[in-house]
Design a protein around this ligand. Structure first.
Ligand code: SF4
Length: 310
């Protein structure tokens, strides 16, 4: 089943969470950062303002409809078009989801606001929190993540340490490597020291396998990433490309579902096939139709074709 609603999308394949129903709780693209590698393009609303960007009741009503239709997902993931902890109702939302379903709730966050006690409290009922840390010092933080002025690297690390202290669930930290920006020896040593302080349950390494906000963002080679993983932390793992073990039903309105999915993030042909339950030939028919209508684009990224919506 693929959803075509206002706030929910997918389930989509996630390299870390299996099949994940995405919940978009801030408008495109509202974030505290403007990462060079962002799959959503440049941040159009860079802010630290927490508010109820979308009514919580509206999201819960939409989720109820999807659950009634027989949702099959490994996680319900708060994330989407920006930074979800900017939504001041995220605590109420997580509690509300927990009342509706036993599907675990994940929060996909850049981690910048965990220095605020109220944000840590809001996320306490999530099953897993997946924050990011891509730098070992202020200079590299600014180069890769381009935060709003008030946010510093020290605030990020201190916030994540406080989260570890206050939050009983799983913390899976993601480190995104961009070749030549954060891959030198000194940077890896500093990132490793920060990880030791934060003590996440898992560390996931990622690199630019999808089209990014800035064109010159370079992917790190798999063997180099494995070597970095060995240096960083014993619980560190390179996230392999998603391989679907799930059997998907065919969506009733495939072009609409496909467009909804591509609006959230660029996807490869394999992603499209696994989410929509299509074989390659059928998926290409739908993709070609949408391309002819001028509503989607395709781009080759290091030998793999990705599709995204305008
Ligand atoms: S990658 Fe995440 S944290 Fe970075 S700009 Fe994009 S939405 Fe924000």
């Amino acid at each position: 089943m693929a959803n075509t609603g206002k706030h929910l999308y997918g389930p989509v394949p996630s390299r870390r969470l299996g099949l994940s129903l995405g919940v978009d709780i801030v408008p495109f693209k509202t974030c505290t950062l403007d990462c060079v590698y962002c799959q959503l393009g440049k941040t159009t609303c860079k802010t630290m303002e927490r508010k109820e960007y979308v009514p919580v009741s509206e999201i819960l009503d939409e989720l109820q409809e999807v659950l009634d239709a027989g949702l099959a997902a490994d996680y319900i993931t708060l994330g989407g078009s920006g930074e979800p902890t900017l939504h001041s109702g995220i605590g109420r939302l997580i509690k509300g989801i927990k009342k509706l379903t036993s599907i675990p709730v994940a929060v996909l966050t850049n981690g910048t606001l965990f220095y605020l006690p109220e944000v840590r409290k809001d996320c306490v009922d999530a099953d897993v929190i997946l924050p990011s840390l891509d730098a070992g010092d202020q200079k590299t933080y600014e180069a890769i993540n381009r935060p709003v002025e008030q946010l510093t690297f020290d605030m990020l690390v201190e916030g994540l340490c406080a989260l570890k202290r206050d939050y009983p669930g799983q913390i899976w930290l993601e480190v995104f490597f961009v070749d030549k920006l954060n891959t030198d020896d000194a940077q890896i040593t500093k990132i490793s020291e920060a990880i030791k302080k934060i003590r996440p349950d898992k560390v996931h390494l990622n690199t630019a396998v999808r089209p990014t906000a800035e064109k010159n963002v370079e992917k790190v080679a798999p063997d180099k990433l494995e070597e970095i993983a060995r240096r960083l932390s014993p619980n560190c793992e390179v996230i392999a490309d998603f391989v679907s073990g799930h059997c998907r039903k065919t969506a009733s309105d495939i072009p609409q579902a496909l467009l909804s999915m591509l609006k959230r993030r660029p996807c490869s042909l394999n992603d499209v096939c696994s989410v929509l339950g299509l074989d390659v030939a059928d998926a290409m028919v739908y993709l070609d139709e949408l391309k002819d209508q001028g509503v989607i684009w395709s781009e080759n990224k290091q030998g793999k074709t990705f599709f995204g919506a305008f």
